[in-house]
Design a protein around this ligand. Structure first.
Ligand code: ATP
Length: 314
């Protein structure tokens, strides 16, 4: 197994013609065969970064090696290794699904392979629509065609730019299933998303980009363990109007209805303090009838990361 990164990004910056700096000194390695999710708010620079890797956008500085090729010098070789599912479909309105997907394959110099194209169309539930013109398809079907086109030349790296934007649950699940299958077959997948649950569900690693800077790259599980918080929720037997002052030192909040006490604690800490807290509550005659705990989601972590990074910038 080749352990070299499949994509290696070094010192990449991008300043657009108007002077706007969309990417600031990005350094990132993508591992062969992983699912990497790039998270960021609108305008953070995700699409620009994908564009630079695919050779569609020229970097102002830095170098990128993708599948062993320099993305500027060996542009064609890089494009042949990459499948890109863009956010929108622009062309081919009058073509049939079959012709469009087969044509995409030919564009990259691959010999025709009807059996492979058929498999892609079947996997995406497009087989029944193979003779339909693109313009006659629903929005969701068009998205499926975009994915089929990107897969037509059997790329080793697949980029999905906001794959879930505006698609229904069924397509989203079909897509996730396909992405997992592709990964199992050795394809490296990089996706950008606003749907944090998508990253939480799918990704092996996560990168967060904020105002053109890559502020964190981390294994998803590590990220969630490192930055995650847990909460213990106690449903009180008797609602209270405020937290007793004797408990002021604890990280407690009271829900508005006064019926639940919420204790936040760090998953990293060896001592969570739960046992002591429960003893204190009982000493103060605070009784509860139910208790549950929950972990912060990737979304909570993402929001706090972006806040922190904005705090350090200002
Ligand atoms: N061709 C361009 N010329 C000038 N500025 C651009 C150009 N393309 C993008 N930008 C700017 O660069 C920044 C990053 O844009 P980009 O599309 O990479 O963000 P994004 O993270 O993909 O956002 P979204 O989630 O909205 O798709 C934005 O402020 C955008 O306005």
């Amino acid at each position: 197994m080749n352990n070299d990164p499949i994509i290696s990004i070094r010192g990449v910056s991008k300043t657009y013609a108007g002077g706007f700096q969309a990417l600031k000194n990005i350094n990132l390695d993508i591992k062969r065969g992983e699912i990497f999710a790039l998270l960021g708010a609108n305008g953070a620079g995700k699409t620009t970064l994908i564009g630079v890797i695919c050779g569609i956008v020229n970097a102002s500085a830095g170098t990128i090696i993708a599948d062993g090729h320099d993305t500027v010098r060996d542009y064609r070789a890089v494009r042949a290794a990459i499948g890109l599912v863009p956010q929108e479909l622009h062309t081919d309105a009058f073509e049939s699904v079959w012709a469009t997907v087969s044509f995409s394959r030919g564009l990259f110099g691959k010999p025709p392979n009807p059996a492979y194209v058929e498999k892609v169309l079947r996997d995406l539930s497009l087989w029944d629509k193979r003779d339909a013109k693109i313009m006659s398809l629903s929005g969701g079907m068009k998205r499926r065609v975009l994915i089929a086109k990107a897969l037509a030349h059997e790329p080793t790296i697949l980029f999905l730019d906001e794959p879930s934007a505006g698609v229904d649950v069924e397509l989203r699940h079909d897509m996730w299933r396909m992405v997992r299958e592709l990964r199992a077959n050795g394809t490296t997948i990089i996706l950008t998303t606003h749907y944090i649950e998508e990253a939480e569900d799918m990704a092996d690693r996560i990168g967060v980009i904020n105002k053109g800077e890559l502020i964190i790259v981390e294994d998803k599980a590590v990220l969630m363990r490192k930055l995650g918080k847990k909460q213990l929720m106690l449903t009180l037997r008797q609602p209270m109007s405020e937290i007793p002052s004797e408990l002021g030192a604890w990280a407690l909040t009271l829900t508005e209805d006064g019926e639940r006490l919420v204790y936040s604690f760090d998953t990293q800490e060896e001592e969570t303090g739960i046992a002591v807290l429960l003893r204190r509550l009982s000493e103060h005659g605070i009784d509860f009838k139910d208790l549950s705990s929950s972990e912060s989601s990737l979304e909570d972590i993402f929001v706090s990361l972006v806040h922190q990074s904005q705090g350090t910038q200002s």
